[in-house]
Design a protein. Structure first.
Length: 436
C-alpha cells in the first residue's frame, strides 16, 4: 500500500506524485499572486473609467482592501475543508473559484454604463476572490511541504514564496510595456486581457491538479478541532506565528503595496513607477528563493532573528534614500535593496508555518496564521496618516519599519514545541509514512 493507502509509492523523493505536488505548489503560487497583484498594478490605470474620474484614488485602496479582508475568511474556512477532505481536492475547488472571480472582473461594464455599480461589483468579486485564493495557498503549500524531504523543505519554500515578487514583476513589466504602447487603449479595454489571462492560467492549474496532484496522506487523519488552534494545544505556536507574520505583512505594506503611491508622490510618472516596481520585484524574487534554503542551513529561528535585526537596521536608511531621490536609476537600486532586506524574509515561511502544526490542523493553522495577520497591517491607509500628522510622514514610516523588524526578530526566534522539529522529521504522521 501507499502512504495514503491508495497506491502511491512509499519513496516520496523519487515518485511522480511528489514532483507534481512541488510543481503545483510553485507554479500555483505564481498564479495565485498574479490574481493578488492584478488590481494593485494592472487595474490602477483603468480605475477612472470604472469608478469615475473623481473616485479613482480612493477606489484603488478599496480594491486592495477587499481582497485582504477576504483572505482571513478563506484561510479559516478552506483550511478546515482541506484538513478534513484533503488538500488536493480543496486546492481544485479554490482554483475554480478564483478563475470565476477573475472572469467576472474582466467582464465588468464601465462606469458610463452602470455607474457606481461597476466598483461595487469589482469589490464584491475581489472579496470572494480573496477567500478562494487564501483557500488555495492554505491547501497547496502545506501539501507541497508534506511531499518535500526535510533537507529540501526550506529550498522548496523559498521557490514557492519567490513566486509572489515574480508575479508582481511580470504584471508590472507587462503593464509598463502596454502603457508605453497605447495608454488610452489599455485603460479602455487592455486591462481586461490581464484578468482574462489570470483566469486562463487558473484553469490550466486546475487541469494540472486534476490529472497529476494527489494527497501525501489520507484526509481526516488526526482530526483536531479549531479550539486547539486558538486556545488549546496549538495556541502557543499559532500566536507566535501570527506575531511573526504581522511583522512581515507590515513590511509588505510599507515597501511593496505603498511603493507605487510613494513613487508617484516623488514625481515619477506611471510608466516609471511600473518599471521600478517590476525591477525591484525581480531582485526580490532572486533573493527570496535563496533565503528559504538559507534557513535550512542556519535553522529557522536563527534565520528570523537575524533577518529581523537586518531589516530593523537597514530598511529605514534605504527607505529614506528612496524617498529623497529623483533619479530613475537611484530609485531602481533603492527599491530593490529595500525589498531585499525586508520582505525577502518570507523565504522560509512556507516551511516554517507548515512545520508548526500537526497534520489534522495544518492547513487551518497555516491559512489562518498567514491570512489573519494581514488585517492590522493592511489597515495602514487609515491609521498611518494620523500618525504622520503627529510625528511627521517620514518619522512615522521609519518607526513602523523598525517595529516590523522587531516583530520578526522577536516572534520568529521564539521557541515552541511545534516549531522546533528535528532535521529529519517528516511532516506526515509516522504511521502514515511507514504504511505497507
Amino acid at each position: 500500500m501507499s502512504p495514503a493507502g491508495n497506491g502511491h509509492a512509499t519513496t516520496p523523493e523519487a515518485c511522480p506524485q511528489r514532483l507534481a505536488a512541488l510543481r503545483g505548489g510553485i507554479v500555483g503560487n505564481f498564479v495565485d499572486q498574479v490574481h493578488i497583484f492584478l488590481p494593485l498594478v494592472a487595474l490602477a490605470p483603468a480605475l477612472p473609467r470604472l469608478a469615475g474620474p473623481h473616485a479613482a484614488a480612493g477606489s484603488a485602496t478599496l480594491v486592495v482592501m477587499a481582497m485582504l479582508l477576504g483572505r482571513p475568511v478563506g484561510g479559516l474556512v478552506f483550511g478546515r475543508i482541506s484538513d478534513r477532505f484533503g488538500r488536493a481536492r480543496t486546492t481544485r475547488w479554490a482554483i475554480a473559484g478564483t478563475a470565476l472571480c477573475s472572469l467576472g472582473i474582466a467582464a465588468t461594464p464601465p462606469y458610463t454604463v452602470v455607474g457606481v455599480g461597476a466598483m461595487w461589483w469589482i469589490l464584491a468579486l475581489r472579496f470572494v476572490g480573496g477567500v478562494f485564493i487564501a483557500g488555495e495557498y492554505s491547501a497547496a503549500i502545506p501539501l507541497a511541504m508534506e511531499w518535500s524531504p526535510a533537507r529540501r523543505r526550506g529550498l522548496v519554500s523559498g521557490l514557492i514564496m519567490a513566486m509572489a515578487p515574480l508575479a508582481q514583476a511580470t504584471i508590472a513589466l507587462l503593464t509598463w510595456a502596454a502603457l508605453r504602447i497605447d495608454p488610452d487603449a489599455y485603460a479602455a479595454w487592455g486591462w481586461r486581457i490581464a484578468f482574462l489571462g489570470g483566469a486562463i492560467a487558473s484553469l490550466g492549474m486546475l487541469a494540472f491538479y486534476r490529472r497529476q496532484v494527489t494527497d501525501r496522506e489520507a484526509p481526516g487523519i488526526e482530526r483536531i478541532g479549531l479550539r486547539a488552534l486558538l486556545v488549546g494545544t496549538s495556541a502557543c505556536t499559532f500566536w507566535q506565528l501570527f506575531g511573526l507574520m504581522s511583522g512581515l505583512w507590515m513590511m509588505t505594506n510599507l515597501v511593496v503595496v505603498a511603493l507605487p503611491a510613494g513613487l508617484g508622490r516623488a514625481g515619477f510618472d506611471p510608466t516609471q513607477v511600473a518599471l521600478i516596481a517590476g525591477v525591484a520585484a525581480v531582485g526580490q524574487a532572486a533573493v527570496m528563493a535563496c533565503t528559504g534554503h538559507l534557513s535550512t542551513l542556519t535553522g529557522r529561528r536563527r534565520f528570523f532573528a537575524g533577518w529581523g535585526v537586518l531589516a530593523t537596521l537597514a530598511a529605514p536608511p534605504i527607505w529614506l534614500a528612496l524617498n529623497a531621490t529623483g533619479s530613475l536609476l537611484s530609485a531602481l537600486l533603492a527599491a530593490t535593496a529595500l525589498q531585499a532586506v525586508t520582505v525577502c524574509g518570507y523565504g522560509p515561511v512556507g516551511a516554517y508555518l507548515a512545520e508548526g502544526f500537526p497534520a489534522g490542523i495544518r492547513s487551518t493553522g497555516y491559512g489562518t496564521a498567514y491570512s489573519l495577520s494581514i488585517l492590522l497591517p493592511a489597515l495602514h491607509p487609515f491609521y498611518l496618516p494620523q500618525v504622520q500628522d503627529t510625528v511627521g510622514r517620514r518619522t512615522a514610516v521609519v518607526a513602523l519599519l523598525v517595529l516590523a523588524g522587531v516583530l520578526v526578530a522577536w516572534w520568529g526566534s521564539r521557541r515552541t514545541p511545534a516549531t522546533t522539529p528535528q532535521p529529519a522529521e517528516p511532516l506526515v504522521p509516522k504511521e502514515v509514512v511507514g504504511a505497507a
